[in-house]
Design a protein around this ligand. Structure first.
Ligand SMILES: Cc1ncc(COP(=O)(O)O)c(C=O)c1O
Length: 403
């Protein structure tokens, strides 16, 4: 079967944040944004869902559920079907099998992050993460007045980020740090941490008795030929290590509100069970099961398409914006591009590109700290859209005063 990732899909009138949600999300509480084109002519490269049709395996399973059974009542994880397909997926893809007793679901990784900050971090304690970071790591801490401590990644001249382990070791040994949010693979830099890096991270957390939340939501979106190592695979005996995964990024089911959470520690699981409402959406459940069971061929085709988009992006930047610093990421469909040769650090790049060329992207200041001068581009779109978006971005960069 072939899949058409070149198809242009009109997302108007679907309440898609990517299409119609940018005013609130990107510019809420600020001066109204003044676009050079109609809203419908903007190009969305911001929120992390894909402009491709969701995996047919998931859609077919949802249709079957809707047509096959007319009731969508309160539903919960009352059998092992989801666990079984998820555990097999993990086994086949990462050689790691979560234990059935440790398996839970959540209405998303984002709500789970917030719950973890509340449950596993005391009011006087802090959460550590690597920056730049996914904004909801900070929101999760802020939601419960927990302090967020950051350890800045170091970017080399080729655009590849790495961990400053001296700084990380110093930060994690602060007795107030009770939890570490790991993003693996990392949003926004796209790094898939090597086993060696993961071993160092994990050991430092263990030595300092820090709970690890390993957000591995991007784990199925590695460049072709790469494989993902769950942190938990390397530390089977450390049970204060929660793993978060989801079919939502992999199969473009974001918004269906279902994530897989693995909590090996019994006390933490009890806290979680007491605190959370175990209802799940029956249609999402069917879609997730269908995706893990039958979605692999689609995912392989997707990965090839994404690799080609990244190759095109890298070539285009090298030719037309030679001072942009960009390395094709190990994983994700997000490009983290350093444009600091072209723009002052204090410029709000989200607003600049929206107003200069109608491309909605996320500027580096949206990633907690240490992202200035960068933009994050979601390149999970048809090639023709990427071509047009890059033309607009490059021309807008060239037009900026002094360039
Ligand atoms: C690192 C990371 N975690 C979580 C999410 C969102 O998770 P969910 O949609 O399951 O709430 C995203 C989405 O971009 C993400 O990048």
């Amino acid at each position: 079967m072939t899949y058409d990732f070149d198809e242009l899909i009109d997302r108007r009138n679907t309440c898609a944040m990517a299409k119609n949600g940018f005013r609130n999300y990107l510019f809420g509480g600020q001066e109204p944004v003044e676009l050079p084109c109609a809203d419908d002519e903007t190009i969305s490269m911001w929120v992390a869902d894909m402009a491709f049709a969701s995996a047919p395996a998931a859609r077919d399973a949802m249709v079957e559920r809707i047509e096959g059974h007319p009731i969508f009542g309160y539903s919960a994880l009352l059998d092992d079907e989801l666990y079984n397909v998820f555990a097999s997926w993990c086994d086949d893809h990462y050689g790691w099998r979560p234990h059935v007793d440790h398996f839970r679901t959540s209405a998303g990784v984002v709500p789970a992050l917030s719950d973890f900050a509340e449950l596993f971090v005391g009011p006087e304690d802090a959460v550590l993460t690597l920056t730049p970071a996914y904004g909801f790591f900070k929101h999760a801490a802020d939601d419960h007045n927990r302090r967020l401590v950051s350890s800045a990644l170091v970017e080399d001249e080729l655009g590849r980020s790495s961990i400053d382990f001296d700084d990380f070791a110093a930060k994690i040994s602060d007795p107030a740090v009770a939890m570490f949010f790991l993003c693996h693979p990392h949003n926004p830099t796209g790094r898939s941490w090597t086993d060696d890096e993961l071993r160092q991270i994990g050991q430092l957390c263990i030595d300092n008795d820090v709970v690890i939340i390993s957000d591995e939501i991007h784990c199925d979106l590695l460049r072709v030929g790469r494989t993902h190592t769950p942190l938990a695979k390397l530390f089977p005996d450390y049970d204060k290590l929660v793993t978060c995964m989801s079919a939502s990024k992999t199969f473009n089911l974001a918004g269906l509100g279902l994530a897989n959470i693995v909590i090996p520690n019994e006390t933490m699981r009890e806290q979680w069970d007491e605190h959370t409402f175990p209802v799940l959406n029956p249609v999402s459940l069917a879609g997730t099961i269908g995706a893990f069971r039958d979605g692999e061929a689609w995912r392989q085709a997707l990965l090839e398409y994404l690799d080609d988009n990244f190759a095109f992006l890298a070539t285009t930047l090298a030719e037309r914006l030679p001072d942009a610093v960009f390395a094709i990421p190990d994983a994700t469909y997000l490009a983290w591009v350093n444009l600091s040769a072209y723009f002052p650090d204090e410029l709000n790049l989200t607003r600049y590109f929206a107003e200069a060329c109608g491309v909605m992207l996320e500027g580096g200041d949206m990633f907690v700290a240490d992202g200035d001068g960068h933009v994050r581009l979601n390149i999970a779109c048809p090639r023709s859209v990427l071509v047009e978006a890059l033309d607009r971005i490059i021309e807008a960069t060239e037009r900026f005063e002094g360039n």
